[in-house]
Every structure is written in C-alpha cells, then in structure tokens.
Ligand binder design. Sequence first.
Ligand code: ATP
Ligand code: MG
Ligand code: MG
Ligand code: MG
Length: 569
Amino acid sequence: MRTSQYLLSTQKETPADAEIVSHQLMLRAGLVRKLASGLYTWLPTGLRVLNKVSEIVRDEMNKAGAIEMLMPVVQPADLWQESGRWEEYGPELLRIKDRHNRDFVLGPTHEEVITALVKNEISSYKQLPINLYQVQTKFRDEVRPRFGIMRSREFTMKDAYSFHIDNDSLEKTYQDMFQAYCNIFERLGLEYRPVIADSGSIGGAVSHEFHVLAESGEDAIAFSDSSDYAANTEMAEALAPAGEKPTGTQTMSEVATPNVGTIEQVCAHFDVTAEQTVKTLIVLAQQQDDQPQGLVALVLRGDHQLNTIKAEKLAEVHAPLTLASDDAVKQMLGCDIGSLGPVGLTIPVIVDRSAAHLADFICGANKTGYHLQGVNWQNDVGEIQQADIREVQAGDPSPDGQGKLEIKRGIEVGHIFQLGDKYSSAMGCGVLNEQGKHQILTMGCYGIGVSRIVAAAIEQNHDKYGIIWPDAIAPFKLALIPMNMHKSHRIQEVAETLYEKLTAAGIDVLFDDRKERPGVMFNDMELVGIPHTLVIGERNLDENKVEYKSRRSGEKQLLDIDNVIRFIT
Ligand code: ATP
Ligand code: MG
Ligand code: MG
Ligand code: MG
C-alpha cells in the first residue's frame, strides 16, 4: 500500500474526550472515528487490524472443530419471548418495530436464534455434538458506552454455540474451546489470564472469562499467590468466607414485605458508621413500563470509576434494574449528589418507597420509618446469589484455601459458558436419543470480543510515541520510508524496487511515498505502530545498505539491500 493512495488520517493532538490510552491512540492513529455515542466507523487501518484478529479467531475455531455460519443482526421478538429474555434482558436490548408494527430486537447475542435453528435442523443424537460459530455485529444499548470501541454499542463478536446429548460431551467441547481461546490469545501476543466467572444474565453454571491484563481494565481479578486460582472478583466475592458478609439479607422478590429500620439500625446491621463519607451515589431504578418504580440506592465509597462499573454490573445482571444518570438521580432525589449527607453504606440497600422518601433517607433529614434492607440477588433461573458487593481485598484468603489473594485489573475479552438446558428447554430443542426418545439438548456458548481485542492489545502495547502492534495483528508489517525521494532518483528507484520485492514476498508493506519531511513520516509510522521500518537514505545507499528499525526495541541496524527480504521474512 502507498500512503499517497491510502487514508492514513493520523492526528497530532490527543482528543480531549478520550480517557484511556487505547481510545486516544485509536483516534490519533486513524483506526476509528466516532459516529455517535458507542458507534464507530472503522477506518482502513483499523479494519486491517480487526480483520487480522478475526482471522486468527476463525483459524483456531476451525481447528477446534467449530463450523462457521452467519445469523441475522435483526431478530424477531417471539424468540426472545419464548426464551423468557424479552422480559429478563432489560434496556440493553434494543427493541424495534417494523412497518407492520411487529417487534424485533437488534441481537446483543444469538442463543435464541441458534437454538431455534438447531431445533429445526438437527433431529438425531447421531448428528451431535455440533459447534456452530459466527463473527458478527452485535448491538447492546450500553448504559454508558465508553473508551471508544472497548465498550461500544455496536461491536464485533465471535460467538459459538455447541449442542450436546449429555454433559460429558458438553464438558469436552468446553475444554476444547478453553484451549482454543488460550491458543488465540497466545497467537495474538497478549498477556492474558482465564478466570472463574459469574455467568450473569446469560445463564448456566460453569463459566470462565478471559482477561487481558491492563491497568485500565474495568474488571478486578483476584489471583491466589500460591495456586492457579484466578477469578473475576465478583465471583471471588460470591465465594468469600460467609462470616465476613452482612447477614440477614433478603432477596429482591421478598422486598414486597420489607424490614423497616431506622438509619442507625441499618448502619448497625451492616456494621458501618454514619460518619463514613459518601463519595459516590448511584441509584438503580426498577423499571416497569418504562417508569421507575421502587428505587435501589447503591451508596458506595471510594473510587468513582470502580463504583460506577460495579453498579452497572448489578444493573446488567438484574435485568429490570436500570442505572440512572446523574441528572436523573438529582431529579429523583430532589437534591444534588454532592450535597448528600454523611452516610456510608457500602452495600446495596432497597428502598421500597418513593423517591422523595429516599431523598430524605439519603440526606439524613428524616431518620425513621424507612424500608431498608440489604439484598441478595436472584439470578435469572431463580437461584439466590450471595451478591453482596463487599470488595475482595488484596491479602484476603483465597477461596480455594491456598494462599492469599492478589488483585489485578483486566479487560474481559472472552467469555465461555456451560449453559445447560436453559435455552433448549424453554424452546423445546431436542433430538431422538439412542433409545428413540425425544431428549432436550445441553448447550455451551463461547464469546470473544473481536473488536474489543484491538483496544485491549493497544492498552498492553504502546509507548509515548504511539501503538506497538504485536506482529500477528499489525495493520502493516513493514513501513518503507524513503528520505526525500522526490529529490533523489536513486532513492526512488531503490524504494520502488524494494516495495515490489517485499510485496511479492507476501509482506504487508506501507510505502510512505508522500512528499513529506522524514520527521513527519517517522512520527506517523511510529504512531500507527508498524512493527518494522526500513529507511532508505543517500548515505547508506552509497554502501548498498538501508537502515532497519524495530518499533518495539528501538534497535537500529544496517542491512545489505540484498539481504532485506530474508531479514524481514
Ligand atoms: P462486559 O462485562 O464487558 O459488559 P459482557 O460480560 O456483557 O461484557 P459477554 O456477554 O460475555 O459480555 O460477551 C462476550 C464478549 O463480548 C465479552 O467478553 C467482551 O469481550 C465483548 N463485549 C461485550 N460487550 C461489549 C461492548 N459493549 N463493546 C465491545 N465488546 C463487548
Ligand atoms: Mg456487558
Ligand atoms: Mg462481563
Ligand atoms: Mg461476559
């Protein structure tokens, strides 16, 4: 590719609204452009990276025996009603109507569609197991899209779904997928960790997330310092020793008959003092017919970003809850968040009253007669989850009993689940078994955030000059930079010949043939993160040499022109 015929679109200034380095660099290096909140256009350079990630994912999926297919983005609501998720999923599910007033959704995931398909296509146990996947656009109306394509509303996911006659078969495919994911992240050249995870609103029991380790990660991961134990801290919390949790909690469904307690009683109940300062207040509103009903106030101390994430997680898992914006909170409470009084509950409380009463409680103006209680959460299959949100601390005992926990931050780039029969039962997806009887199938599902990986890779691979792509996903492998080519016939000739030879050798070359100063070219190629650079200059040409520079190590060396191809490949 020649820069003169390409859309490089680099920019010098760091965009003010980009908080994390990958978002900043993706904008500066001309990988993506924002169209609207959570919606991004992939520019040519970004698309090259995205495609390379997809190809690695495809290759490993194929090797593991999964079969590629493609399902529609738009899905009929009936399927979601059948599975029960039309009610369960909450506002992240974008619902639309067609011209006949029929309900549809923009698919945030495809369990319903694939289950309906397999129900029709597969009739005998002899056709099983089967593992089908796609690389496709998903839409989730995220409450707070942020960090560019890291948490966007439209994004690319690889999602696979496996179907089995029994759990042994599911377990085997799950292990194969686990291994395929390890292979993928190895090949991508990323530092990653599989961790035990909560299966959230997808359902099922066994689940692992794959995290790329990075300071900016939205998830906290707990590692044992003396075993292989690693878990998303949400999960580590659920597994934390029971003695350290607040007791006497009730489920969401029991809120109809709430305890009545004074603020002092509540504080005593949860062993917190009213003096602890409120730093962040997040209110979750229980929606019914788009109207906030009861309010769940989640008052958290400490890190704002972390708390926001935690609140979003809760809202996500507990579908009828939605996060209120700061403005909405202000409206509901009738006061500014900043003015809230010295109340420091670190656990969720349910307030089964109107917003006005909540305002009284939170502000501490009226301390009697409020319906407050700590809650456990009920998951979507009706099991009660111990989901108090005590944060796991570094130094806590590891839930596996071996050693102490260390906490690191991670970006969730993959998530695999053993779903069991959640969807197959609800939708009647079964086959004739060996005995000739109809039997409901058991399922697994396996997601990878293909587009998020691009951002995660940058979080792990950058310096002050720009991106440093791992070779496997670099938009171009090599930048060819002729110095003042337009003034030197000799340089032009060597550059053109090298470009031809390198391209013929199958190397992705970006040939910077612009009439730019060398400094401009170097800066652009470093910003874009091309792993290898060849500089063609007059002085080195006198000795039949060109200069090679590695983007990652910064090391330079002179190469004989005749050795270039061998060196690069
Ligand atoms: P998160 O916890 O970050 O919201 P999730 O648990 O909701 O992710 P899954 O349902 O497990 O996501 O989907 C599989 C993968 O899709 C995730 O592991 C993640 O890499 C990716 N993904 C999910 N939501 C987004 C998003 N809004 N933008 C980009 N990638 C996403
Ligand atoms: Mg999510
Ligand atoms: Mg998650
Ligand atoms: Mg997940």
